[in-house]
Design a protein around this ligand. Structure first.
Ligand SMILES: Nc1nc2c(ncn2[C@@H]2O[C@H](COP(=O)(O)OP(=O)(O)OP(=O)(O)O)[C@@H](O)[C@H]2O)c(=O)[nH]1
Length: 601
Protein backbone atom coordinates (compact mmCIF):
# COMPACT_ATOMS: atom_id res chain seq x y z
CA UNK A 1 0.00 0.00 0.00
CA UNK A 2 1.45 3.34 -0.81
CA UNK A 3 -1.42 5.79 -0.84
CA UNK A 4 -0.07 8.41 1.52
CA UNK A 5 -3.54 9.63 2.42
CA UNK A 6 -4.14 6.38 4.31
CA UNK A 7 -0.92 6.49 6.31
CA UNK A 8 -0.72 7.83 9.87
CA UNK A 9 2.65 7.96 11.59
CA UNK A 10 2.61 8.54 15.33
CA UNK A 11 4.51 8.10 18.58
CA UNK A 12 3.36 7.67 22.11
CA UNK A 13 5.05 10.09 24.47
CA UNK A 14 4.83 9.97 28.25
CA UNK A 15 6.62 10.43 31.51
CA UNK A 16 8.31 7.25 32.76
CA UNK A 17 5.79 4.68 34.02
CA UNK A 18 2.75 6.58 32.84
CA UNK A 19 1.86 3.58 30.68
CA UNK A 20 3.31 4.10 27.21
CA UNK A 21 4.31 0.47 26.61
CA UNK A 22 1.06 -0.88 28.01
CA UNK A 23 -0.96 1.31 25.65
CA UNK A 24 1.23 0.25 22.72
CA UNK A 25 0.58 -3.39 23.60
CA UNK A 26 -3.16 -2.78 23.72
CA UNK A 27 -3.10 -1.11 20.31
CA UNK A 28 -1.20 -4.07 18.82
CA UNK A 29 -3.64 -6.46 20.40
CA UNK A 30 -6.79 -4.60 19.35
CA UNK A 31 -5.64 -4.34 15.76
CA UNK A 32 -4.69 -8.04 15.74
CA UNK A 33 -1.13 -7.11 14.91
CA UNK A 34 -0.04 -9.59 17.53
CA UNK A 35 -2.28 -12.57 18.25
CA UNK A 36 -3.16 -13.46 21.81
CA UNK A 37 -0.63 -16.27 21.89
CA UNK A 38 2.23 -14.15 20.60
CA UNK A 39 1.24 -11.40 22.98
CA UNK A 40 3.44 -10.96 25.92
CA UNK A 41 3.46 -7.85 27.92
CA UNK A 42 5.33 -5.02 26.33
CA UNK A 43 6.22 -6.49 22.99
CA UNK A 44 8.01 -3.34 22.00
CA UNK A 45 10.61 -3.36 24.75
CA UNK A 46 12.72 -6.10 23.27
CA UNK A 47 16.03 -5.86 25.03
CA UNK A 48 16.36 -8.00 28.12
CA UNK A 49 17.71 -5.22 30.27
CA UNK A 50 15.00 -2.93 29.08
CA UNK A 51 12.39 -5.41 30.22
CA UNK A 52 14.01 -5.89 33.53
CA UNK A 53 14.27 -2.21 34.28
CA UNK A 54 10.94 -1.47 32.68
CA UNK A 55 12.30 1.40 30.64
CA UNK A 56 12.40 1.95 26.95
CA UNK A 57 15.86 2.41 25.52
CA UNK A 58 15.57 1.63 21.82
CA UNK A 59 12.97 3.19 19.59
CA UNK A 60 10.99 0.64 17.59
CA UNK A 61 8.42 0.90 14.85
CA UNK A 62 5.45 -1.29 14.07
CA UNK A 63 3.05 -1.24 11.14
CA UNK A 64 -0.56 -1.68 12.19
CA UNK A 65 -3.62 -2.03 9.96
CA UNK A 66 -6.60 -0.31 11.54
CA UNK A 67 -10.06 -0.40 10.06
CA UNK A 68 -11.79 2.71 11.32
CA UNK A 69 -15.48 3.35 11.80
CA UNK A 70 -15.58 4.98 8.37
CA UNK A 71 -14.87 1.50 6.96
CA UNK A 72 -11.47 2.50 5.60
CA UNK A 73 -8.37 0.55 6.56
CA UNK A 74 -5.54 2.82 7.53
CA UNK A 75 -1.87 1.98 7.72
CA UNK A 76 -0.62 3.19 11.08
CA UNK A 77 3.02 3.24 12.03
CA UNK A 78 3.59 3.30 15.74
CA UNK A 79 7.05 4.58 16.51
CA UNK A 80 8.23 3.96 20.04
CA UNK A 81 10.47 6.55 21.66
CA UNK A 82 13.04 6.16 24.42
CA UNK A 83 11.65 7.49 27.65
CA UNK A 84 14.71 8.90 29.34
CA UNK A 85 16.42 12.26 29.48
CA UNK A 86 19.73 10.74 28.30
CA UNK A 87 18.16 9.93 24.97
CA UNK A 88 16.50 13.25 24.11
CA UNK A 89 18.12 13.42 20.71
CA UNK A 90 16.84 9.94 19.82
CA UNK A 91 13.37 11.02 20.95
CA UNK A 92 13.54 14.09 18.77
CA UNK A 93 14.56 11.99 15.72
CA UNK A 94 11.79 9.47 16.32
CA UNK A 95 9.33 12.33 16.51
CA UNK A 96 10.72 13.74 13.26
CA UNK A 97 9.47 10.52 11.64
CA UNK A 98 5.86 11.22 12.75
CA UNK A 99 2.98 13.60 12.09
CA UNK A 100 1.23 12.95 15.41
CA UNK A 101 1.78 11.95 19.01
CA UNK A 102 -0.39 10.41 21.69
CA UNK A 103 0.49 12.15 24.91
CA UNK A 104 -0.15 9.75 27.77
CA UNK A 105 -0.53 11.19 31.26
CA UNK A 106 -1.13 9.01 34.30
CA UNK A 107 -4.39 10.33 35.78
CA UNK A 108 -3.31 9.29 39.27
CA UNK A 109 -0.12 11.36 38.99
CA UNK A 110 -0.47 14.27 36.62
CA UNK A 111 1.88 16.21 34.39
CA UNK A 112 5.51 15.37 35.20
CA UNK A 113 8.90 16.63 34.01
CA UNK A 114 9.15 14.28 31.02
CA UNK A 115 5.54 14.98 30.09
CA UNK A 116 6.60 18.57 29.59
CA UNK A 117 9.94 17.81 27.94
CA UNK A 118 8.38 15.37 25.46
CA UNK A 119 5.46 17.67 24.75
CA UNK A 120 7.87 20.49 23.94
CA UNK A 121 9.79 18.19 21.58
CA UNK A 122 6.55 17.15 19.88
CA UNK A 123 5.43 20.77 19.51
CA UNK A 124 8.85 21.67 18.09
CA UNK A 125 8.51 18.84 15.58
CA UNK A 126 5.14 20.30 14.55
CA UNK A 127 3.14 17.22 15.55
CA UNK A 128 -0.58 16.99 16.15
CA UNK A 129 -0.81 16.05 19.82
CA UNK A 130 -3.65 13.91 21.14
CA UNK A 131 -3.63 13.91 24.93
CA UNK A 132 -4.97 10.91 26.89
CA UNK A 133 -5.50 10.55 30.60
CA UNK A 134 -4.42 7.00 31.39
CA UNK A 135 -5.04 4.52 34.22
CA UNK A 136 -8.65 5.58 34.70
CA UNK A 137 -9.25 2.12 36.18
CA UNK A 138 -7.20 3.09 39.24
CA UNK A 139 -9.26 4.15 42.26
CA UNK A 140 -6.73 6.94 42.86
CA UNK A 141 -7.22 8.47 39.41
CA UNK A 142 -8.06 12.19 39.47
CA UNK A 143 -9.05 12.84 35.86
CA UNK A 144 -10.56 16.28 36.59
CA UNK A 145 -7.45 17.70 38.21
CA UNK A 146 -5.08 16.16 35.66
CA UNK A 147 -7.29 17.21 32.73
CA UNK A 148 -6.89 20.76 34.01
CA UNK A 149 -3.08 20.46 33.99
CA UNK A 150 -3.00 18.96 30.50
CA UNK A 151 -5.51 21.49 29.19
CA UNK A 152 -3.30 24.33 30.44
CA UNK A 153 -0.28 22.79 28.81
CA UNK A 154 -1.85 22.32 25.39
CA UNK A 155 -4.63 24.87 25.36
CA UNK A 156 -7.28 22.16 24.93
CA UNK A 157 -10.78 21.89 26.35
CA UNK A 158 -10.37 19.73 29.50
CA UNK A 159 -13.61 17.86 28.79
CA UNK A 160 -12.45 16.86 25.32
CA UNK A 161 -9.36 15.05 26.61
CA UNK A 162 -9.64 11.28 26.23
CA UNK A 163 -10.03 9.19 29.36
CA UNK A 164 -8.52 5.74 28.87
CA UNK A 165 -7.00 2.70 30.53
CA UNK A 166 -4.17 0.99 28.69
CA UNK A 167 -4.63 -1.87 31.06
CA UNK A 168 -8.32 -2.65 30.46
CA UNK A 169 -8.45 -1.21 26.95
CA UNK A 170 -11.12 1.31 27.90
CA UNK A 171 -11.19 4.25 25.50
CA UNK A 172 -8.33 2.98 23.36
CA UNK A 173 -10.44 2.56 20.25
CA UNK A 174 -11.72 6.14 20.56
CA UNK A 175 -8.12 7.25 20.68
CA UNK A 176 -7.37 5.44 17.41
CA UNK A 177 -10.43 7.05 15.80
CA UNK A 178 -9.25 10.46 16.92
CA UNK A 179 -5.78 9.69 15.63
CA UNK A 180 -7.05 8.80 12.16
CA UNK A 181 -9.15 11.98 12.06
CA UNK A 182 -6.75 14.47 13.53
CA UNK A 183 -3.25 13.36 12.60
CA UNK A 184 -2.49 14.51 9.06
CA UNK A 185 -1.20 12.01 6.51
CA UNK A 186 2.42 12.38 5.35
CA UNK A 187 2.96 15.02 2.70
CA UNK A 188 6.31 14.22 1.10
CA UNK A 189 6.86 14.08 -2.64
CA UNK A 190 6.35 10.45 -3.79
CA UNK A 191 8.01 11.20 -7.14
CA UNK A 192 10.95 13.20 -5.81
CA UNK A 193 14.54 12.09 -5.25
CA UNK A 194 14.44 9.59 -2.36
CA UNK A 195 15.02 10.88 1.14
CA UNK A 196 14.57 8.90 4.35
CA UNK A 197 15.43 9.86 7.92
CA UNK A 198 17.21 7.24 10.02
CA UNK A 199 15.53 7.40 13.41
CA UNK A 200 17.28 4.42 14.95
CA UNK A 201 19.87 1.87 14.01
CA UNK A 202 20.99 -1.31 15.63
CA UNK A 203 23.49 -4.01 14.99
CA UNK A 204 22.31 -7.53 14.39
CA UNK A 205 24.98 -10.16 14.79
CA UNK A 206 23.87 -12.06 11.69
CA UNK A 207 22.58 -9.35 9.41
CA UNK A 208 24.70 -6.33 10.22
CA UNK A 209 23.29 -2.88 10.81
CA UNK A 210 19.52 -2.52 10.63
CA UNK A 211 18.55 1.11 10.04
CA UNK A 212 15.02 2.15 11.01
CA UNK A 213 13.82 4.66 8.48
CA UNK A 214 10.94 6.92 7.63
CA UNK A 215 10.63 7.59 3.91
CA UNK A 216 10.01 11.30 3.37
CA UNK A 217 10.22 11.59 -0.43
CA UNK A 218 10.45 9.13 -3.30
CA UNK A 219 11.05 5.39 -3.15
CA UNK A 220 13.84 3.10 -1.98
CA UNK A 221 13.99 -0.41 -3.43
CA UNK A 222 15.79 -3.61 -2.70
CA UNK A 223 19.14 -3.57 -4.50
CA UNK A 224 19.39 0.25 -4.65
CA UNK A 225 22.83 1.73 -4.10
CA UNK A 226 22.31 4.16 -1.22
CA UNK A 227 24.23 6.89 0.51
CA UNK A 228 23.99 8.25 4.06
CA UNK A 229 24.46 11.95 3.47
CA UNK A 230 26.18 13.06 6.71
CA UNK A 231 28.38 10.00 7.26
CA UNK A 232 29.10 9.72 3.49
CA UNK A 233 28.49 5.98 3.79
CA UNK A 234 27.70 4.06 0.61
CA UNK A 235 26.15 0.60 0.48
CA UNK A 236 23.58 -1.53 -1.33
CA UNK A 237 20.19 -2.40 0.12
CA UNK A 238 20.21 -6.16 0.78
CA UNK A 239 16.76 -6.10 2.26
CA UNK A 240 14.05 -3.52 2.80
CA UNK A 241 10.88 -4.03 4.79
CA UNK A 242 8.67 -3.11 7.72
CA UNK A 243 7.87 -4.41 11.20
CA UNK A 244 4.70 -6.28 12.06
CA UNK A 245 6.42 -6.31 14.69
CA UNK A 246 8.44 -9.10 13.00
CA UNK A 247 10.74 -7.91 10.25
CA UNK A 248 8.83 -8.39 7.02
CA UNK A 249 10.71 -7.99 3.76
CA UNK A 250 9.12 -6.16 0.86
CA UNK A 251 10.37 -4.82 -2.48
CA UNK A 252 10.21 -1.11 -1.75
CA UNK A 253 9.22 1.62 0.69
CA UNK A 254 7.69 4.82 -0.63
CA UNK A 255 7.09 8.33 0.70
CA UNK A 256 5.35 8.31 4.07
CA UNK A 257 6.16 4.70 4.94
CA UNK A 258 8.17 3.53 7.92
CA UNK A 259 10.38 0.45 7.93
CA UNK A 260 13.96 -0.74 7.82
CA UNK A 261 16.88 -1.31 5.48
CA UNK A 262 19.66 -3.86 5.84
CA UNK A 263 22.92 -3.26 4.05
CA UNK A 264 25.46 -5.68 5.51
CA UNK A 265 27.37 -2.76 7.07
CA UNK A 266 28.89 -3.76 10.39
CA UNK A 267 29.04 -0.56 12.35
CA UNK A 268 26.16 1.63 13.54
CA UNK A 269 28.28 4.76 13.25
CA UNK A 270 28.01 4.36 9.46
CA UNK A 271 24.22 4.75 9.58
CA UNK A 272 23.69 7.14 12.44
CA UNK A 273 20.46 8.27 13.96
CA UNK A 274 19.38 11.53 12.31
CA UNK A 275 21.25 10.98 9.05
CA UNK A 276 19.44 11.14 5.68
CA UNK A 277 19.46 8.17 3.30
CA UNK A 278 19.24 8.79 -0.40
CA UNK A 279 20.27 6.91 -3.53
CA UNK A 280 23.84 7.07 -4.80
CA UNK A 281 22.68 7.86 -8.35
CA UNK A 282 20.13 10.64 -8.95
CA UNK A 283 19.94 11.11 -5.21
CA UNK A 284 18.75 14.11 -3.24
CA UNK A 285 21.20 16.97 -2.89
CA UNK A 286 19.79 18.40 0.30
CA UNK A 287 19.68 16.36 3.50
CA UNK A 288 16.67 16.44 5.82
CA UNK A 289 17.13 18.95 8.65
CA UNK A 290 18.13 18.20 12.20
CA UNK A 291 21.12 15.88 12.00
CA UNK A 292 23.44 16.20 14.95
CA UNK A 293 26.31 14.09 16.13
CA UNK A 294 25.63 13.16 19.72
CA UNK A 295 28.34 14.04 22.19
CA UNK A 296 29.05 12.06 25.33
CA UNK A 297 28.37 14.21 28.38
CA UNK A 298 29.41 11.98 31.27
CA UNK A 299 32.69 10.13 31.58
CA UNK A 300 34.07 7.53 33.91
CA UNK A 301 37.07 5.25 34.08
CA UNK A 302 36.37 1.52 33.85
CA UNK A 303 39.10 -0.83 35.02
CA UNK A 304 39.10 -4.62 35.24
CA UNK A 305 39.67 -5.84 38.78
CA UNK A 306 41.87 -8.52 37.35
CA UNK A 307 44.40 -6.88 35.02
CA UNK A 308 44.33 -10.00 32.81
CA UNK A 309 40.79 -9.11 31.78
CA UNK A 310 41.92 -5.95 30.01
CA UNK A 311 41.77 -7.48 26.49
CA UNK A 312 38.32 -8.89 27.26
CA UNK A 313 37.12 -5.48 28.37
CA UNK A 314 38.39 -4.00 25.11
CA UNK A 315 36.58 -6.70 23.10
CA UNK A 316 33.39 -6.15 25.05
CA UNK A 317 33.51 -2.38 24.50
CA UNK A 318 34.12 -2.94 20.80
CA UNK A 319 31.08 -5.19 20.62
CA UNK A 320 28.85 -2.76 22.51
CA UNK A 321 29.99 0.09 20.27
CA UNK A 322 28.80 -1.83 17.21
CA UNK A 323 25.33 -1.24 18.53
CA UNK A 324 25.69 2.05 20.30
CA UNK A 325 26.91 4.96 18.25
CA UNK A 326 26.80 7.20 21.32
CA UNK A 327 29.33 5.17 23.29
CA UNK A 328 32.80 6.64 23.20
CA UNK A 329 35.94 5.21 24.78
CA UNK A 330 39.66 5.32 24.82
CA UNK A 331 42.42 3.55 26.71
CA UNK A 332 43.39 5.10 30.00
CA UNK A 333 46.20 4.27 32.36
CA UNK A 334 45.84 5.02 36.00
CA UNK A 335 48.71 4.77 38.47
CA UNK A 336 46.22 3.43 40.96
CA UNK A 337 44.06 1.16 38.85
CA UNK A 338 46.30 0.09 36.02
CA UNK A 339 45.07 -0.29 32.46
CA UNK A 340 41.48 0.49 31.64
CA UNK A 341 39.33 2.79 29.55
CA UNK A 342 37.83 6.23 29.87
CA UNK A 343 34.31 5.81 28.60
CA UNK A 344 31.96 8.60 27.54
CA UNK A 345 28.18 8.29 27.92
CA UNK A 346 25.11 10.33 27.09
CA UNK A 347 24.15 10.45 30.76
CA UNK A 348 23.98 8.51 34.00
CA UNK A 349 21.37 5.99 32.90
CA UNK A 350 23.35 5.24 29.76
CA UNK A 351 26.39 4.71 31.99
CA UNK A 352 24.54 2.34 34.32
CA UNK A 353 23.21 0.32 31.43
CA UNK A 354 26.59 -0.07 29.77
CA UNK A 355 28.29 -1.05 33.02
CA UNK A 356 25.65 -3.57 33.80
CA UNK A 357 25.88 -5.11 30.36
CA UNK A 358 29.65 -5.35 30.60
CA UNK A 359 29.40 -7.14 33.90
CA UNK A 360 26.43 -9.30 33.09
CA UNK A 361 26.78 -10.19 29.44
CA UNK A 362 30.56 -10.23 29.33
CA UNK A 363 31.23 -11.49 32.83
CA UNK A 364 33.66 -8.73 33.65
CA UNK A 365 34.38 -7.46 37.12
CA UNK A 366 35.03 -3.79 36.98
CA UNK A 367 35.98 -0.87 39.13
CA UNK A 368 34.28 2.29 37.95
CA UNK A 369 35.58 5.67 38.98
CA UNK A 370 33.44 8.62 39.97
CA UNK A 371 31.55 9.93 36.94
CA UNK A 372 32.72 13.29 35.72
CA UNK A 373 31.68 15.74 33.02
CA UNK A 374 33.80 17.14 30.20
CA UNK A 375 35.51 20.46 30.99
CA UNK A 376 36.99 23.02 28.64
CA UNK A 377 40.18 24.70 29.77
CA UNK A 378 41.93 27.75 28.32
CA UNK A 379 45.59 27.84 29.28
CA UNK A 380 47.47 31.03 30.00
CA UNK A 381 49.31 30.60 26.69
CA UNK A 382 45.95 30.64 24.87
CA UNK A 383 45.87 26.90 24.19
CA UNK A 384 42.48 25.16 24.50
CA UNK A 385 42.05 21.74 26.13
CA UNK A 386 39.18 19.37 26.65
CA UNK A 387 39.47 17.50 29.91
CA UNK A 388 37.44 14.35 30.45
CA UNK A 389 39.40 13.09 33.38
CA UNK A 390 40.10 15.12 36.52
CA UNK A 391 43.57 13.61 36.78
CA UNK A 392 44.43 15.24 33.42
CA UNK A 393 43.54 18.68 34.77
CA UNK A 394 46.54 20.95 34.15
CA UNK A 395 48.58 22.67 36.81
CA UNK A 396 46.43 25.55 38.16
CA UNK A 397 49.29 28.00 37.43
CA UNK A 398 48.77 27.37 33.71
CA UNK A 399 44.98 27.70 33.76
CA UNK A 400 43.40 30.94 32.55
CA UNK A 401 39.77 29.75 32.51
CA UNK A 402 37.76 26.58 33.10
CA UNK A 403 34.31 26.06 31.61
CA UNK A 404 31.83 23.36 32.53
CA UNK A 405 28.52 22.23 30.99
CA UNK A 406 25.34 23.75 32.40
CA UNK A 407 21.80 22.47 32.12
CA UNK A 408 18.37 24.04 32.34
CA UNK A 409 16.52 21.78 34.76
CA UNK A 410 12.76 21.56 35.12
CA UNK A 411 11.45 20.16 38.36
CA UNK A 412 7.78 19.49 38.94
CA UNK A 413 6.48 18.98 42.46
CA UNK A 414 3.68 19.66 44.91
CA UNK A 415 4.02 23.23 46.16
CA UNK A 416 4.97 22.32 49.73
CA UNK A 417 8.35 21.08 48.48
CA UNK A 418 9.34 24.22 46.61
CA UNK A 419 11.33 25.60 49.56
CA UNK A 420 13.40 22.50 50.10
CA UNK A 421 14.07 22.03 46.38
CA UNK A 422 15.20 25.66 46.04
CA UNK A 423 17.55 25.09 48.93
CA UNK A 424 18.96 22.00 47.25
CA UNK A 425 19.46 23.89 43.98
CA UNK A 426 21.29 26.70 45.80
CA UNK A 427 23.59 24.17 47.45
CA UNK A 428 24.32 22.74 44.04
CA UNK A 429 25.30 26.13 42.62
CA UNK A 430 21.98 26.57 40.84
CA UNK A 431 20.59 29.83 39.49
CA UNK A 432 16.86 30.35 39.66
CA UNK A 433 15.39 30.62 36.17
CA UNK A 434 11.65 30.59 36.66
CA UNK A 435 8.67 29.15 38.45
CA UNK A 436 5.03 28.68 37.62
CA UNK A 437 1.98 26.83 38.84
CA UNK A 438 0.60 23.95 36.78
CA UNK A 439 -2.47 23.76 38.96
CA UNK A 440 -3.44 25.04 42.39
CA UNK A 441 -0.83 22.96 44.17
CA UNK A 442 1.69 21.76 41.59
CA UNK A 443 4.66 23.83 40.62
CA UNK A 444 7.19 23.82 37.82
CA UNK A 445 10.51 25.16 39.06
CA UNK A 446 13.33 25.97 36.63
CA UNK A 447 16.99 26.27 37.51
CA UNK A 448 20.26 26.53 35.66
CA UNK A 449 22.67 24.06 37.22
CA UNK A 450 26.13 22.68 36.50
CA UNK A 451 25.86 19.21 34.97
CA UNK A 452 28.64 18.04 37.29
CA UNK A 453 26.34 18.59 40.28
CA UNK A 454 23.52 16.65 38.59
CA UNK A 455 25.93 13.84 37.84
CA UNK A 456 26.82 13.51 41.46
CA UNK A 457 23.75 12.90 43.53
CA UNK A 458 21.25 15.54 42.56
CA UNK A 459 18.49 13.21 41.48
CA UNK A 460 18.70 11.07 44.63
CA UNK A 461 18.67 14.17 46.79
CA UNK A 462 15.73 15.62 44.94
CA UNK A 463 13.80 12.39 45.36
CA UNK A 464 14.61 12.00 49.03
CA UNK A 465 13.88 15.61 49.93
CA UNK A 466 10.51 15.49 48.20
CA UNK A 467 9.64 11.96 49.30
CA UNK A 468 9.69 10.89 45.66
CA UNK A 469 7.17 13.52 44.56
CA UNK A 470 9.44 15.62 42.34
CA UNK A 471 10.30 14.77 38.76
CA UNK A 472 13.28 16.13 36.88
CA UNK A 473 14.17 16.74 33.29
CA UNK A 474 17.03 18.79 31.90
CA UNK A 475 18.70 19.85 28.73
CA UNK A 476 22.27 20.93 28.23
CA UNK A 477 22.34 24.63 27.51
CA UNK A 478 26.07 25.30 27.06
CA UNK A 479 29.40 25.85 28.75
CA UNK A 480 29.99 28.43 31.48
CA UNK A 481 33.12 29.61 33.20
CA UNK A 482 33.46 28.32 36.76
CA UNK A 483 36.02 28.60 39.47
CA UNK A 484 37.05 24.95 39.72
CA UNK A 485 40.00 23.35 41.44
CA UNK A 486 41.28 19.81 41.52
CA UNK A 487 40.91 17.97 44.78
CA UNK A 488 43.33 15.07 45.19
CA UNK A 489 43.22 12.16 47.60
CA UNK A 490 46.35 10.60 49.04
CA UNK A 491 46.33 7.16 50.61
CA UNK A 492 49.39 6.24 52.62
CA UNK A 493 51.04 9.35 51.21
CA UNK A 494 50.47 8.41 47.56
CA UNK A 495 48.07 10.39 45.38
CA UNK A 496 45.37 8.13 43.96
CA UNK A 497 44.66 9.54 40.52
CA UNK A 498 41.35 7.69 40.23
CA UNK A 499 40.00 9.57 43.26
CA UNK A 500 40.78 13.07 41.99
CA UNK A 501 37.89 15.35 41.14
CA UNK A 502 37.14 18.89 40.11
CA UNK A 503 35.11 20.90 42.60
CA UNK A 504 34.10 24.49 42.99
CA UNK A 505 36.70 26.42 44.93
CA UNK A 506 34.26 27.70 47.53
CA UNK A 507 33.24 24.18 48.39
CA UNK A 508 36.58 22.46 48.12
CA UNK A 509 37.56 22.59 51.80
CA UNK A 510 34.29 21.29 53.18
CA UNK A 511 34.18 18.74 50.42
CA UNK A 512 37.69 17.48 51.12
CA UNK A 513 36.93 17.06 54.82
CA UNK A 514 33.74 15.10 54.27
CA UNK A 515 35.34 12.99 51.58
CA UNK A 516 38.24 12.03 53.87
CA UNK A 517 35.73 11.06 56.59
CA UNK A 518 33.72 8.95 54.14
CA UNK A 519 36.82 7.21 52.84
CA UNK A 520 37.95 6.48 56.34
CA UNK A 521 34.77 4.46 56.81
CA UNK A 522 34.96 2.75 53.42
CA UNK A 523 38.54 1.57 53.45
CA UNK A 524 38.92 -1.59 55.51
CA UNK A 525 41.60 -1.94 58.13
CA UNK A 526 44.87 -3.22 56.81
CA UNK A 527 48.07 -4.57 58.39
CA UNK A 528 49.23 -1.02 59.12
CA UNK A 529 47.83 2.46 59.65
CA UNK A 530 46.68 4.11 56.43
CA UNK A 531 46.65 7.91 56.47
CA UNK A 532 44.04 9.51 54.18
CA UNK A 533 44.58 13.06 53.01
CA UNK A 534 42.59 15.38 50.79
CA UNK A 535 44.65 18.08 49.11
CA UNK A 536 44.32 20.98 46.71
CA UNK A 537 47.71 21.26 45.06
CA UNK A 538 50.21 20.90 47.88
CA UNK A 539 47.73 22.19 50.42
CA UNK A 540 46.35 19.36 52.58
CA UNK A 541 42.79 20.27 53.57
CA UNK A 542 41.82 17.16 55.53
CA UNK A 543 43.42 14.17 57.18
CA UNK A 544 42.03 10.92 58.61
CA UNK A 545 43.57 7.56 59.50
CA UNK A 546 42.40 3.99 59.03
CA UNK A 547 43.90 2.15 62.01
CA UNK A 548 45.72 -1.11 61.47
CA UNK A 549 43.72 -4.17 62.35
CA UNK A 550 44.41 -6.19 65.34
CA UNK A 551 42.48 -9.39 64.83
CA UNK A 552 42.86 -12.19 62.36
CA UNK A 553 39.45 -13.22 60.99
CA UNK A 554 40.19 -16.82 61.77
CA UNK A 555 41.32 -16.16 65.33
CA UNK A 556 37.91 -17.03 66.68
CA UNK A 557 38.09 -20.53 65.25
CA UNK A 558 40.65 -21.75 67.74
CA UNK A 559 42.33 -23.59 64.88
CA UNK A 560 39.88 -26.45 65.48
CA UNK A 561 37.18 -26.56 62.87
CA UNK A 562 39.05 -26.58 59.60
CA UNK A 563 36.01 -26.41 57.29
CA UNK A 564 34.66 -23.41 59.12
CA UNK A 565 38.00 -21.76 58.85
CA UNK A 566 38.06 -22.37 55.12
CA UNK A 567 34.58 -20.93 54.80
CA UNK A 568 35.61 -17.79 56.60
CA UNK A 569 38.64 -17.37 54.43
CA UNK A 570 36.53 -17.88 51.37
CA UNK A 571 34.07 -15.31 52.52
CA UNK A 572 36.89 -12.92 53.13
CA UNK A 573 38.15 -13.58 49.61
CA UNK A 574 34.67 -12.98 48.26
CA UNK A 575 34.54 -9.63 50.03
CA UNK A 576 37.87 -8.75 48.51
CA UNK A 577 36.71 -9.36 44.99
CA UNK A 578 35.81 -5.78 44.43
CA UNK A 579 39.04 -4.57 45.97
CA UNK A 580 41.89 -3.09 44.12
CA UNK A 581 45.43 -2.96 45.40
CA UNK A 582 46.44 0.70 45.27
CA UNK A 583 50.08 0.95 46.27
CA UNK A 584 50.11 -0.89 49.57
CA UNK A 585 46.46 -0.24 50.30
CA UNK A 586 43.46 -2.37 49.39
CA UNK A 587 40.64 -0.12 48.22
CA UNK A 588 37.08 -1.38 47.70
CA UNK A 589 34.90 -0.28 44.78
CA UNK A 590 32.59 1.67 47.05
CA UNK A 591 35.44 3.97 48.07
CA UNK A 592 35.65 5.21 44.49
CA UNK A 593 32.05 6.26 44.71
CA UNK A 594 32.20 7.57 48.29
CA UNK A 595 31.80 11.05 46.99
CA UNK A 596 28.33 10.18 45.74
CA UNK A 597 27.23 9.95 49.32
CA UNK A 598 28.60 13.27 50.45
CA UNK A 599 25.12 14.72 50.56
CA UNK A 600 23.70 12.28 53.09
CA UNK A 601 26.23 12.65 55.84
N1 LIG B 1 -3.92 0.28 36.63
C1 LIG B 1 -3.31 0.56 35.50
N2 LIG B 1 -2.00 0.36 35.41
C2 LIG B 1 -1.38 0.65 34.24
C3 LIG B 1 -2.09 1.16 33.12
N3 LIG B 1 -1.20 1.36 32.14
C4 LIG B 1 0.00 0.98 32.60
N4 LIG B 1 -0.09 0.55 33.88
C5 LIG B 1 1.00 0.08 34.75
O1 LIG B 1 1.92 1.13 34.94
C6 LIG B 1 3.25 0.65 34.94
C7 LIG B 1 4.08 1.34 33.86
O2 LIG B 1 3.53 1.03 32.60
P1 LIG B 1 4.43 0.96 31.29
O3 LIG B 1 3.50 0.70 30.17
O4 LIG B 1 5.58 0.06 31.48
O5 LIG B 1 4.95 2.44 31.28
P2 LIG B 1 5.91 3.17 30.27
O6 LIG B 1 5.42 4.56 30.18
O7 LIG B 1 6.05 2.37 29.02
O8 LIG B 1 7.25 3.17 31.03
P3 LIG B 1 8.70 3.48 30.43
O9 LIG B 1 8.96 2.44 29.36
O10 LIG B 1 9.57 3.30 31.63
O11 LIG B 1 8.68 4.87 29.91
C8 LIG B 1 3.15 -0.86 34.73
O12 LIG B 1 3.21 -1.46 36.00
C9 LIG B 1 1.79 -1.04 34.10
O13 LIG B 1 1.22 -2.29 34.39
C10 LIG B 1 -3.50 1.36 33.27
O14 LIG B 1 -4.21 1.81 32.37
N5 LIG B 1 -4.04 1.04 34.47
Amino acid sequence: MSDQSLIRNFSIIAHIDHGKSTLADRILEMTHTVDARGMRDQVLDSMELERERGITIKAQAVRVAYTAKDGITYQLHLIDTPGHVDFTYEVSRSLAACEGALLVVDASQGVEAQTLANTYLAVEAGLEIIPCLNKLDLPGAEPERVAGEVADLLGEDPDAIKRISGKTGMGVEEVLEELVLRVPPPSGDPDGAPRAVIFDSEFDQYRGVVAYIRMVDGTLKKGDAIRAMAAQTEADIDEIGFFTPKMTATDKLTAGEVGYVITGLKDVTLLRVGDTLTTKHHGATEALPGYKEVQPMVFCGLFPIDGDDYPDLRDALEKLTLNDAALDWQPETSDALGFGFRVGFLGLLHMDIVRERLEREYNLELIGTMPSVGFEVTLTNGEELEVHNPSDFPDPQRVAEVREPFVRAQMLMPKEYVGTVMELCQEKRGEHAGMHYLSADRVNLEYDLPLSEIVMDFFDQLKSRTRGYASLDYEITGMRASNLVRLDVLLGGDAVDALSMLVHKDKAYAFGRTLAEKLQKKIPRQQYDVPIQAAIGSNVVARETVKAFRKDVTAKCYGGDISRKRKLLERQKEGKKRMKQVGRVEVPQEAFLAVLELGDK
